[in-house]
Design a protein around this ligand. Structure first.
Ligand code: SF4
Length: 267
C-alpha cells in the first residue's frame, strides 16, 4: 500500500467521548457513503481529491518512531488514546494497517496508557494479549449485507465483525458496539431489536442518529422517531446490564444537554 510521512501523531480531540487520539492512515478503503465526515474534511482541506482518492489509504510509515518520541512527553496528560477518528485501525483487507495498529497499542500500553479502538473491519484475536484496560468496539448499523454494500462498501461483513468482537469478549476483553449512524426507515426497513440482541454480550452500547444526510432529514418526524429508538436502546441496556451512551442530538428531549453515560460505563 502507499505510504506517507507525518510530523506528529498523538493529539487531543474535542469529540464527544474522546481524550487523545491517533490516525496513522490517511484515507480509508471502507468508503462509507452516509457520508464519512472524515472524508468531507479531508476533501475540504486538500488531503483527498475525490471519493476514489479517499478510498486509497496511505499508511503513515513513521508512526512508531513518532510514538517513541511523543509518548514520554505527553504521557502525564493522556488518560486514554482512541484509534481512530479519521480512519479505521483494522481496515478490512489491509494487514499492514492492522499490524501497525497492534504495535502502536503495545507501545501505548507499555507506557500504561489504555487504548480504545473502533473498527468496521475485523478486530484481531491478538488484541486479547494486550492490556485488559483497553476496550474494543465495532460499528454495527444493520445486519443486512445488501445495505452494508451500499453504505460501507469496503468494510467487513456484519456477521464477521460481530464474531471477531465476540471472540475478544470471550477472552475477557472489554467490548463495545457503536450503533451509529443509525439509518432511518426510508434508507432501510429493519428491526433495531434484532441488532441489539446480536450484540447483547457487549459491555457498552453507543447509539446515535445519522447527520448530514438529506434522505434521513426528510423522513417524517425523524426526531421523534430517533427519540423512540434511543429509549428502546436505553431500556434494552438497562434490562441486560449493559452500559449505554446516547450521542448528542439523538434524544430529542435532551437535544443539547451535556452527554453523559446513562448507565455505569463498561470501560
Ligand atoms: S470506516 Fe470510518 S473513516 Fe472509514 S470511510 Fe467509514 S466512516 Fe470514514
Amino acid at each position: 500500500m502507499k505510504t506517507i510521512v507525518r510530523k506528529s501523531m498523538l493529539y487531543k480531540t474535542g469529540v464527544e467521548y474522546g481524550d487523545y487520539t491517533m490516525n496513522h492512515v490517511q484515507g480509508c478503503s471502507h468508503g462509507c457513503t452516509y457520508p464519512c465526515y472524515a472524508m468531507l474534511m479531508a476533501k475540504r482541506f486538500g488531503r483527498a481529491s475525490s471519493y476514489e482518492d479517499w478510498c486509497e489509504p496511505r499508511l503513515v510509515s513513521n508512526t512508531l518512531e513518532l510514538l517513541d518520541r511523543e509518548i514520554p512527553r505527553l504521557k502525564p496528560k493522556i488518560r486514554t488514546v482512541h484509534l481512530c477518528f479519521t480512519t479505521d485501525p483494522f481496515m478490512y483487507g489491509y494487514d499492514e494497517v492492522s499490524a501497525m495498529s497492534v504495535e502502536a497499542m503495545r507501545k501505548l500500553n507499555a507506557a500504561h496508557i489504555p487504548v480504545t479502538a473502533l473498527s468496521k473491519g475485523l478486530l484481531p484475536l491478538e488484541l486479547a494479549e494486550l492490556s485488559h484496560d483497553n476496550s474494543y468496539g465495532i460499528t454495527l448499523i444493520s445486519l443486512d449485507e445488501s445495505y452494508r454494500e451500499k453504505a460501507e462498501p469496503g468494510a467487513a461483513p456484519y456477521r464477521e465483525r460481530i464474531a471477531a468482537l465476540k471472540e475478544l469478549h470471550d477472552k475477557g476483553c472489554n467490548t463495545w458496539v457503536s450503533i451509529e449512524p443509525y439509518p432511518s426507515p426510508n434508507l432501510i426497513e429493519q428491526d433495531l431489536h434484532e441488532i441489539l440482541e446480536e450484540v447483547s454480550f457487549a459491555n457498552r452500547i453507543i447509539f446515535g442518529r445519522t447527520n448530514y444526510n438529506r434522505v434521513v432529514s426528510s423522513y417524517p418526524n425523524v426526531k421523534v422517531w430517533y427519540d423512540r429508538l434511543a429509549h428502546e436502546v436505553i431500556s434494552f441496556c438497562d434490562a441486560n446490564g449493559i452500559a449505554c451512551h446516547i450521542k448528542k442530538g439523538t434524544l430529542q428531549l435532551v437535544d443539547d444537554a451535556p452527554s453523559a453515560p446513562i448507565a455505569p460505563s463498561g470501560e
